[in-house]
Design a binder for this molecule. Structure first.
Ligand SMILES: [Fe+2]
Ligand SMILES: [Fe+2]
Length: 312
């Protein structure tokens, strides 16, 4: 067991993910030597981002993953998640020595094609044959197609429009959450006429805060994946993208702290005032981040497939 595996307080899944990211995709234990990628999908009901290590098979530009679930009778959750929302972020080790995220579109294979690649995988990795024998279900084979703007130039403008729409949604949701927390602080009516107990945080408001956190996390995870395609297509965006990624990491850390505080609120260990202050900290600078992102990315996304770098 490697040193990273000994980390306390992390689930098995979290330990593998940490080790993967710290070692350019290589992990020890049962995954030693296996070609792994991390998939981040979104929970169907919770809308929470979920990350899972899975074995993949490279097939040209696409990557194939297998919903074996170690021979269980149930499909893995990530498979159900990607059927509902096929935008999947895939992390993989690279020649640069660091794991990189990629925005991908997931497409389950069917019929002959599925059969062909399933048989190929079983011949390359015999445990997969055992998994098949342990269950009656047909094990899904899913192709992940990384976003490639040189091949899908017609997608750049819709991506820019989505970016603006997501920022608007996040701003609106933040305004609602803020108003409700302020209502809880004063004991006044919230926007929907709900009167929460003064200085308290109702379960509904706690859940609303969490939903906001998950939405922001997901937005940044998906952006980080899309940025890899942007860098490839428009190399001069590199420094701006580096800054945006660094800002995402700051927000991610702050969100983890905020989630912990919400858990404490659930147990009655903290109150709405503390949640209010922490939310202000988490979201401080977010508006500047959105504005900078729109300023540097939208001109590239809005242009033809191979625009020139902006003149100095
Ligand atoms: Fe961002
Ligand atoms: Fe954004």
């Amino acid at each position: 067991m490697s040193e990273q595996r000994a980390d306390r307080g992390l689930s098995w899944n979290e330990q593998v993910i940490k080790e993967f990211r710290e070692n350019n995709g290589a992990v020890g234990g049962m995954f030693e030597g296996a070609p792994l990628v991390l998939l981040t999908t979104v929970g169907r009901k919770s809308r929470k981002p979920h990350t899972n290590p899975v074995i993949h098979l490279r097939d040209g530009e696409r990557h194939l993953v297998f919903g074996s679930n170690a021979g269980s009778d149930k499909h893995p959750d990530w498979y159900h998640n990607l059927l509902a929302s096929p935008q999947v972020t895939m992390e993989i080790g690279t020649e640069d020595g660091a794991v990189k995220p990629f925005a991908t579109r997931a497409v389950p294979l069917e019929g002959e094609e599925r059969h062909h690649y399933w048989e190929l995988q079983c011949s390359l990795a015999p445990p997969f044959r055992r998994y098949e024998e342990q269950t009656d279900r047909e094990i899904p084979v899913v192709a992940l197609y990384p976003l490639d703007l040189s091949a899908e130039s017609e997608r750049t403008r819709p991506i820019g429009q989505q970016l603006i729409a997501h920022h608007q949604d996040l701003r609106a949701e933040l305004a609602r959450v803020r108003a409700e927390i302020e209502g809880a602080l004063t004991g006044g009516d919230g926007p929907e006429g709900v009167r929460p107990p003064a200085a308290g945080l109702t379960e509904e408001l706690r859940r609303r805060c969490l939903t906001y956190c998950y939405g922001l996390q997901l937005h940044h995870i998906r952006e980080d994946g899309a940025f890899s395609a942007f860098e490839r297509q428009w190399p001069w965006l590199g420094p701006a993208i580096e800054r945006l990624r660094a800002e995402h990491r700051v927000v991610e850390e702050a969100l983890a702290g905020f989630e912990e505080l919400l858990e404490q609120a659930r147990n009655g260990e903290t109150d709405a005032a503390a949640v209010h202050d922490e939310l202000e900290k988490v979201t401080g600078g977010l508006e500047d981040h959105f504005a900078y992102e729109e300023r540097v990315l939208l001109p590239a996304l809005d242009q033809s497939p191979s625009p020139s770098p902006p003149s100095p």
